[in-house]
Design a protein around this ligand. Structure first.
Ligand code: NAD
Length: 493
């Protein structure tokens, strides 16, 4: 269906919701401020969005608290909540083109991805969590006669959710679906680069029957709206996806306010290990996907490639050839697989890493930044070879289409280099030897290890990291844990 749409015409007639969404309606910010959200494909302003500050966060948290306390959502049965969230999923499906366009215009993601992956993915994640919630049973402890000890999962109350710009709709969904399914209220602060799809999602949630005040969306800047949410004394848990630096701030916000629970999904520098016995053609094709999908703006991007020295040159040539399948271009063009980076300052940052790489290693491919349609946010796929494991481009998260290749001679050495990182979000392994695949997977210190693929992900499996990639898990049955307290009710009889 999405292949027959005239995306440019649809984009031209798109409606932008640009208020704060609090207590079931759009409103201006208390201080009246606005900020511009810019299309990185052509540097044009899309709209001026209400800029939430601490007063608006107060209003949104108060709305969430009222809704939670009077039970309009928290008091509904899991099956009733499921019905509303399934209606929301259906509305998302009906509105895939519009939601996809909002993300594409806001942050430069190719429409071919946002319309077939992000927006349908959001519907799917809501469906999955909605379908799961009335199949979760509580527990009775094995106390013996005379005692009945019930262990119940109860919603926490008001959840603050702060999300990044790389998958605006999906990162919001990963937090909202389990938080709402378990009966909480939520105050969501989308990234300032990409607030538009979250505002539409809030409107659709109301249309689906989510009571007013249960989902509030407050666009604004991190240092005021995000910080105010992190410090708020009436927020019970703060769930965050974003950089490690800001994740650490949320821990201090919690520690200096009400000790709210904090769950962090943060940065990554994921290694992709290619052994000499791998299917090199497939590994090269997927290694390109692992670093170029979403222009490399992926927390779990396979940004370090560790390859056995005996196949290093052959593999590098195959990988360079595989980048040809990733044309850089206008994100509204269905042939485009890499759009512009999210904003000028981020493109500047990625370009500065390319400059660092030129000094630290051998540029094997790309390295150019281009100006198109008045925007200089376009960066070609870039591959550095012979990268030392302690080079900055091998250690620091670049968050762009920049790959660092490091050769290895022995399995032990590959494992040591792979694990020698402050991050531990994901890793990939390519080998035809099952025993090696399993033993290497056992020893890789990462939240997800993909064997003979990259970045395997599903609603059914938990996603999150170890070390400074954060803690807590999104997706799967385990995602509900973050949004519930375990409550023991003990009865003597
Ligand atoms: P970021 O940390 O700069 O911003 C994320 C969110 O935090 C935004 O909403 C922002 O407004 C807010 N924020 C910024 N400064 C703040 C402050 N001082 N106080 C409170 N809130 C603040 O990250 P980004 O640049 O938007 O996204 C890229 C980062 O996100 C990368 O590091 C990437 O790895 C990470 N990420 C992680 C995952 C994961 O699941 N682990 C997924 C996607 C992205």
């Amino acid at each position: 269906m999405t292949t027959t749409i005239d995306w440019r015409a649809r984009a031209a007639s798109l409606k932008f919701r640009n208020g704060l969404y609090i207590d079931g309606r759009f409103r201006d910010a208390a201080k009246g401020g606005r900020f511009e959200t810019v299309n990185p494909a052509n540097a044009q302003v899309l709209t001026a969005v209400a800029r939430g500050t601490a007063e608006d966060i107060d209003a949104a948290v108060a709305a969430g608290r009222r809704a939670f306390e009077d039970g309009r959502w928290s008091g509904k049965s899991p099956a009733e909540r499921k019905a509303v969230l399934l209606r929301l999923a259906a509305l998302i499906r009906e509105n895939v083109p519009e939601l996809a366009l909002l993300d594409t215009l806001d942050m430069g993601k190719p429409i071919g991805d946002s319309s077939t992956i992000d927006a349908p993915g959001s519907a799917h994640f809501f469906e999955w969590h909605a379908e799961a919630i009335d199949k979760l049973y509580d527990e009775i402890a094995p106390t013996g006669r005379g005692d009945l000890a019930m262990i119940r999962r109860v919603p926490l109350g008001v959840i603050g959710a702060v999300v990044p710009w790389n998958f605006p709709l999906d990162m919001a969904t990963w937090k909202l679906a389990p938080a709402l399914a378990t009966g909480n209220s939520v105050v969501l602060k989308p990234a300032e680069q990409s607030p538009l799809s979250a505002l539409m999602l809030a409107e659709l949630a109301s249309e689906a029957g989510l009571p007013d005040g249960v989902l509030n969306v407050v666009p604004g800047f991190g240092e005021d709206a995000g910080r105010a949410l992190g410090l708020h004394p009436d927020v019970d848990a703060l769930v965050f996806t974003g950089s490690t630096k800001v994740g650490k701030l949320f821990m201090t916000y919690a520690g200096t306010s009400n000790m709210k629970q904090v769950w962090l999904e943060t940065g990554g520098k994921s290694p992709n290990l290619v052994f000499a016995d791998a299917d090199l053609d497939r590994a090269a094709e997927m290694a390109a996907f692992g670093i170029l999908f979403n222009s490399g703006e992926v927390c779990s991007a396979n940004s370090r490639l560790l390859v056995h020295r005996s196949v290093q040159e052959e593999f590098t040539q195959k990988l360079i050839a595989a980048t040809a399948a990733w044309p850089l271009g206008d994100p509204l063009d269905l042939a485009t697989r890499m759009g512009p980076l999210v904003e000028k300052s981020h493109a500047d940052r990625v370009a500065s890493y390319i400059d660092i790489g030129r000094k630290e290693a051998r540029l094997a491919h790309g390295g150019t930044r281009e100006t198109r349609d008045g925007s200089d946010c376009y960066i070609q796929p870039t591959i550095f070879n012979e990268v030392a494991p302690d080079a900055r481009i091998a250690r620091e998260e670049i968050f762009g289409p920049v790959l660092a290749i490091t050769p290895f001679d022995r399995d032990e050495e590959a494992l040591r280099i792979a694990n020698d990182s402050e991050y531990g979000l994901a890793a990939s392994v390519w080998t035809k030897d099952l025993s090696r695949a399993l033993s290497v997977s056992d020893r890789l210190n990462a939240g997800t290890v993909s064997v003979n693929t990259v970045d395997a992900l599903s609603a059914m499996t938990p996603f999150g990291g170890v070390k400074q990639s954060g803690f807590g898990r999104d997706l799967s049955i385990h995602s509900f844990d973050k949004y519930c307290a375990l409550k023991t009710v003990w009865v003597k009889y």
